[in-house]
Design a protein around this ligand. Structure first.
Ligand code: NAP
Length: 245
């Protein structure tokens, strides 16, 4: 029997990442996932995914820190010695702020985690995807909507991620590596409360043609499809999962 495929999912402790960890395990992947600091939630996610069979390993590692990225890939190497998939899901909005009120420190941290960290993870993944592979970047509809009045810094980091997706798909295609992005809309996770806007989805749902916020699982379904062989001719795609928004 062929060895099981291995995927690294960043930011897998909660939200969209946790739903992706669960669905990946269910789909037959062995999973390494990272989290920033919430060990309790990571433990719950790890146990729930293990119930689907296969191996699941949680690693506390900051994707905004080169040492954290090195530790994440070292965990993959030590436990599995192979890598077939990467989901760049870890992301932060930074605080709500207009461009005028934002600071270099906000821009530095948000770009560091969302874009530079994701690019560095792609670089590490390329070194290990000798048999080909699939990379899925979790971008945001903010990349084209612009984040005005809330977080242009966040929107710009996701715009960078879209460019990363398109460019790397062209560089890595000849190596048998597909690179795609999911662009979620308003999804019911703790991300909004973390930015000080716990009711954000409910308040903005009027702008969603399908009339509701999305769930983490609905985003994860698309992530896992892009990882799978069913998407074998799909690369450089940026797929909105946003209820038409
Ligand atoms: P979330 O509920 O806030 O969960 C974020 C996860 O990422 C947590 O597990 C957190 O770890 C981890 N994380 C945060 N910073 C990290 C870092 N520096 N290094 C490693 N892990 C880190 O977020 P979410 O809503 O699921 O968002 C996931 C992705 O979807 C993000 O890239 C976000 O930009 C994107 N997205 C979300 C929405 C939405 O409406 N929710 C819309 C568009 C795009 P801890 O658990 O340890 O804190």
């Amino acid at each position: 029997m062929a060895a099981r495929k291995v995927v690294l999912i960043t930011g897998g402790g909660r939200g969209i990442g946790a739903a992706s960890v669960a669905l990946a395990a269910k789909a037959g992947w062995d999973v390494v996932f990272t989290y920033a600091g919430n060990a309790e939630r990571a433990k719950t996610t790890e146990a729930a995914a293990r119930a689907h069979g296969g191996e699941v390993l949680a690693v506390r590692a900051d994707v905004g820190d080169p040492a954290g990225i090195a530790a994440s890939f070292a965990a993959v190497d030590d436990r599995f010695g192979r890598l077939d998939g990467l989901v760049n899901n870890a992301g932060i909005t930074g605080p709500k702020a207009t461009l005028a009120d934002s600071t270099d420190a906000i821009w530095d941290r948000v770009l560091r985690v969302n874009l530079i960290g994701a690019a560095a993870c792609c670089r590490e993944a390329l070194k290990r995807m000798g048999r080909g592979g699939a990379i899925v970047n979790v971008s945001s509809r903010a990349s084209t909507l612009g984040g005005a009045g809330e977080w242009i810094h966040y929107a710009a980091s996701k715009g960078g991620m879209d460019s990363l997706t398109i460019g790397l798909a062209k560089e890595a295609g000849p190596l048998g590596i597909r690179v795609n992005a999911i662009s979620p809309g308003l999804i019911e996770t703790e991300l909004h409360a973390a930015a000080g806007m716990p009711d954000r989805v409910a308040q903005m749902v009027g702008g969603v043609p399908l009339g509701r916020g999305g769930t983490a699982e609905e985003v994860a379904e698309a992530v896992i499809w892009l990882l799978s062989d069913a998407a074998r001719y799909v690369s450089a795609a940026i797929i909105p999962v946003a209820g038409g928004r």
